[in-house]
Design a protein around this ligand. Structure first.
Ligand code: NAD
Length: 245
């Protein structure tokens, strides 16, 4: 049986299918990931991206933080979801996919029509004032020249998890519960080296652990099925098989 057919079979008979994804899910939309050869970490900046995207750097040098964010991340806010995002939304509507757990902050699953999305690292669609905690949307801040300021004078920050910050405990524990309940776990587009997100995979005790990723990951030897290929294209092939069985 071909691998696409095997994954389609697993999804078809699965009672509780959960998707776990990372930056590679959105590269086919043109958004660079972090660790691929042409990812954000391969580019030269005055400070390395992990430093810029840290809590201490944000509070010390918010102007450099925001220039980096605008030039490398916010510039992709208008991109459209790819076929893989759309297929996941279709699987949710069909009652097959119980939840999406994503490390992405780009909101593309919701744009594709998914409703059950747990965002481990927050979202670039939400911002808030660091002083009075007033909530802002991306549209509210996008026209600021550089550092967006609240009416109270506080600096507005994106509601994303920066390096040196813990993950939201509620999102983390809900993600853990879904993974524990899952009988099929489909993992895609993640190097699986960022913790605690990758650590969630150890809670999976179901039947089929499937990985779709361009490069190998530290979890490959635990997977039942692996496809080293592009996410959106692979999801289309799986969907074609699903329609045929
Ligand atoms: P990562 O950059 O560490 O790894 C991405 C993985 O995806 C790599 O292993 C790569 O081989 C694979 N990949 C790239 N394109 C692919 C494709 N088309 N199909 C299949 N696989 C593909 O990303 P990560 O593991 O998600 O961790 C990095 C952190 O970066 C995450 O926490 C995330 O929040 C953040 N991030 C998010 C975005 C986004 O929201 N779109 C973009 C960049 C980084």
């Amino acid at each position: 049986m071909n691998l696409y057919r095997s994954i389609a079979q697993a999804i078809k008979i699965g009672k509780y299918v959960v998707f776990f994804g990372g930056a590679g899910v959105s590269t086919e939309c043109g958004i660079p990931d972090f660790r691929s050869s042409n990812g954000i970490y391969s580019r030269k900046f005055h400070y390395d991206p992990e430093t810029i995207l840290s809590r201490s750097f944000f509070y010390q040098k918010p102007n450099i933080f925001y220039s980096f964010l605008r030039e490398n991340i916010l510039k992709y806010m208008d991109v459209k979801p790819n076929k893989g995002h759309i297929i996941l939304a279709e699987l949710e509507r069909a009652g097959k996919l119980k939840t999406i757990i994503t490390q992405n902050i780009d909101g593309l699953h919701q744009k594709a029509g998914s409703n059950k999305v747990l965002e481990l690292h927050g979202s670039l669609y939400r911002f808030y004032c660091t002083k009075c905690f007033k909530a802002y949307s991306y549209n509210d801040i996008k026209d600021f020249e550089n550092v967006p300021l609240c009416c109270c004078g506080g600096i507005i920050r994106p509601d994303i998890v920066l390096y040196e910050e813990p993950l939201d405990q509620d999102v983390l524990s809900k993600s853990k519960e879904h993974i524990m309940r899952a009988d099929v776990l489909l993992v895609a587009g993640s190097s699986l080296v960022v913790y605690p997100a990758a650590g969630l995979l150890k809670y999976f005790k179901g039947d089929k652990f499937i990985i779709i990723n361009k490069s190998s990951t530290p979890f490959d030897d635990q997977a039942d099925i692996i496809i080293h290929g592009p996410f959106a294209e692979t999801m289309e092939k799986i969907m074609n098989e699903l329609m045929a069985i």
